[in-house]
Design a protein around this ligand. Structure first.
Ligand SMILES: [Zn+2]
Length: 414
């Protein structure tokens, strides 16, 4: 199949993408591709082609568990609901709810999701459910699963054992939550435990790290230092790191030294942290996000996640990564034209790097996985909220959309 006349990743020149046997076999300027049989050709007519969207942070065990009409919309109301609810879930209910959220994201061009699954309950029902769903949906989406100790590794009895069990069951990554541990000593020790376990098992790490406005929260420095010493920074992710939005510049300057050396990845969740953080503030109110621009400019990898979809912590969300980027750019003061144009990276290539994906990207030899948007470049995609017209995976169209048409009817004016 030849997909003709595409603007690949904001390029100014039109290209044709030839796929065969589920792979991209040729990418060439449009005027240099021989015309083929019409039924082997799709004319994209100057639309933007990107590698598929990657949602690098999503909670699929909590999604659709609460009626949005019951939402109080705070971190504390979310935790209170979840701690009483989570022991009542069944494998069937987790799978049904998670599938709803995954399919909503797939319809919007997402093909890779890293999901965090709470391992605090005595029975790992949600973990079993998500592992099964991962296998069932692998043709349309890659799920990567983090064993997430919602109430701490050391501060909640049995969580070390449950993390290790989850890894044996098939979980891909080790979670952590240093700012929720009882003491700062526990916080540092929990990060050492996670890094040692990753070295021993070869698994990835993704920590809910310093998701607080407390400017004395110091999980990140421990995680980065241990990852640096173990030489596994590229397999380690610090999610949220919202405390960095409250650190003094002097401390951040010191911290940046170990962050840059460690080469760990970062995930910001603009929609959720913009509304969850800053709740102790009267005025001025903090934005509650990590330092996205500063980390990016220091050469560190930052991606964006949806985090929550209609769950106890967030009553909205549908897996639309353009919406996540749109809010992130506002919250992070990244509204220069070039910032907007290149912001697709937060939900594509940077996310792929966070997830340690191989063979990702619109390039010859890679799997024929890409999306086609109803616009010519990503500036237009963000400002006009362009639809994902096609999501193509292994050369097959797995989702498509009909663009909305608006018509002016004011008689006599035009
Ligand atoms: Zn999270």
């Amino acid at each position: 199949m030849i997909y003709r006349n595409a603007y690949i990743e904001n390029q100014k020149q039109l290209s044709d993408i030839t796929t065969e046997g589920g792979r991209i076999v040729r990418i060439a300027p449009s005027d240099q591709t021989a015309t083929k049989n019409a039924n082997e050709t799709v004319d994209l007519g100057g639309k933007l082609v990107l590698p598929p969207f990657v949602d690098s942070h999503l909670h699929l065990d909590t999604t659709h568990t609460v009626d949005p009409a019951e939402s109080r919309g705070t971190l504390w109301s979310g935790i209170a609901f979840w701690s009483s609810y989570r022991d009542t879930v069944t494998k069937k209910s987790v799978k049904e709810n998670a599938k709803k959220a995954v399919l909503s994201a797939v319809l919007r061009g997402v093909q890779h999701i890293r999901t965090h699954v709470d391992i605090c309950p005595a029975r790992l029902t949600a973990m079993e459910a998500l592992l099964e769903l991962k296998d069932e949906l692998k043709k349309i989406v890659g799920l990567q699963i983090v064993a997430f100790p919602q109430e701490g590794i050391l501060s909640y009895p049995g969580n070390k054992e449950r993390i290790e069990t989850a890894l044996k069951m098939g979980a891909d990554a080790i979670g952590g939550v240093p700012h929720y541990e009882y003491t700062r000593e526990y916080a540092a020790e929990s990060m050492k435990y996670a890094v040692d376990l990753a070295v021993k098992t070869g698994k990835l790490i993704d920590v809910h790290c310093d998701e607080t406005d407390d400017d004395s929260s110091r999980g990140l420095e421990s995680l980065a230092a241990f990852a640096l010493e173990a030489g596994i920074g590229d397999r380690v992710t610090a999610s949220h790191t919202t405390a960095a939005g409250s650190y003094s510049d002097a401390y951040m300057n010191r911290l940046m030294r170990v962050l840059v050396k460690s080469k760990i990845n970062f995930v910001a969740n603009p929609l959720v942290n913009l509304h969850l953080q800053g709740r102790f503030d009267t005025f001025p109110k903090r934005r509650g996000l990590t330092r996205v621009r500063e980390l990016t400019e220091a050469g560190l990898n930052v991606s964006f996640g949806q985090d929550d979809v209609k769950d106890p912590w967030y009553p909205m969300g549908n897996g639309d990564m353009i919406n996540v980027v749109h809010t992130g750019l506002h919250a992070c003061h990244m509204t220069a034209y070039d910032d907007i144009l290149s912001s697709y990276k937060f939900v594509t290539v940077n996310g792929a790097k966070t997830l340690n994906l191989r063979g990702y990207g619109v390039a010859e030899g890679n799997p024929a996985d890409f999306i086609v948007l109803n616009c010519a470049d990503f500036y237009e995609a963000v400002s006009e909220r362009a639809e994902v017209l096609y999501s193509i995976r292994n050369g097959e169209i797995i989702a498509s959309a009909t663009p909305c048409r608006r018509t002016l009817k004011a008689a006599g004016l035009f």
